[in-house]
Design a protein around this ligand. Sequence first.
Ligand code: SF4
Length: 554
Amino acid sequence: MDGEEVPDLIPARMLNEFTYCPRLCYIEWVQGEFEDNADTVDGRFQHRRVDQSRGVVPDSEEIKEFNARSVDISAPETGIICRLDLVGGNGKSVTPVEYKRGSVPDVEGGAYESDKVQLCAQGLALKENGYECSEGMIYFVKSKRKVSVPFDDYLINRTKELLDSLREMAASGKIPPPLIDSPKCIRCSISGICLPDEINSLRESEKADEGTLQVRKFLPARDDQVPLYVSGYGQLLRKKGERIEIWSKKEKLGDAKIRELSQVSLYGGVSATTPVFTELLQRNIPISYFSYGGWFYGFSQGNSHKNVELRIKQFSVAGDNEKSLKLAQKFVNGKILNCRTILRRNDQGVSTDVLSSLKKLANDAESSENFRTLLGIEGGAAQIYFSRFNSLLKSQDEWFLFNNRNRRPPKDPVNAVLSYLYGVMVKEFFVTLLATGFDPYLGFYHQPRYGRPALALDLMEEFRPIIADSVTFTLFNNGELSESDFICRGLGVTMTPEGKKTVLNGYERRINTEVKHPLFGYKVSYRRIFEVQARLIARVLDGEIDEYPPFLTR
Ligand code: SF4
């Protein structure tokens, strides 16, 4: 937002958030990001009664007793707009009541400053509309107690001062820094978006070469949601109440609770009824479409992400060669180092020469002068890495031998699985980037080309070896995939539906594995790490951190 674009009326709820933490207000209001946690869901539930509009507020000249719920009021001079949970009085003299889900806090006056200024803003709005209003009440649902908040000069001035600061912050277009080691972050619903400790520790390490801050683990609400893959030809998805059912002709194959879904992937000839699409789009659950062979060719999504500011920055950096190269170097550096780790861990016969060459190429990537050199370095590293790929496979059965990386069509089972998994990963990163507010089609390393999700391909570089490649050789080595899972067709090899199911299961197992984040020290699933890494790119674009730190496995 620049000065002229800040709306004239600021929601009182945002004033509350700004007082609690300016960054929280910026992320929610300016950037349009929000995520529920247990507290916010419970808060909505506790609030449900007052959220139902009931009763009318009489004109300020009319003298009569009244109580009205969920009343909207605006005050152009004060620059505030609010929804009053409850307002009561005798016409001229009124008292707003704000409902809070918790207990009366053990602080001076029995209420937090953020709640008091929100209430005072409501009082100012009522006064501007001609009512007398000298105090408000906060009703704490858990304690079943009301606390009175007098609108004295100090609170009124403080409320106005905070309103001005909020306006200034929104106009600056700069995200406020995260709080440092604050207990507020523990209960904050958007800590998984804000990444307070992660950003503070990266900023500290940029300054002092080594981070010293303890990084707390904030769990995102999304972690309890799961993707749904449907891959059988002719299958149909139907909605039944709160569930989605999967049918094949007259037989029901299974079902899933809609509220537990994070995304839905449809492969080949799978279709869905209109109520299924409507429900998924309304709940902002993305639907991805794949060809029968696993090629990702599109998606449907509800209303797109509101974080326009991030997309503007993305477009600006993508058009800046130097800044894009800096990011691209990190993606390639991360990819080569992770390839090296895969060989070091799993290839018994790998020579120190190979490992040193990969290390050198990873360093060269970081200092490459242009995109052409960087591409050459990446290609050289891929050649070395894939020349050792066969040693990662235990079976020496000729059918499963890997000679070189090939695709379109893949010529052997190993390549068929790799290609399939790369397709699944593109979709995963595509959805992650959409959810974090990016345009997945505009990358910094991969150049824009019609229909190519360039940023998804950028971000997935560092994860290819540790996810797709690792799942591939694990499935073959464990004997989970066998000859019967593949079909030889002309020059290419594809997988049977059973084979694909096995691969998808292996993939899900892998990305739900909890691993220790090497920089932040906490254990989270790969799926959550994908999101954290996407948000770190956003923080580089914001200028909060100088360099993108790729995820490096040890
Ligand atoms: S996590 Fe902490 S710093 Fe980040 S928005 Fe919430 S309260 Fe503010």
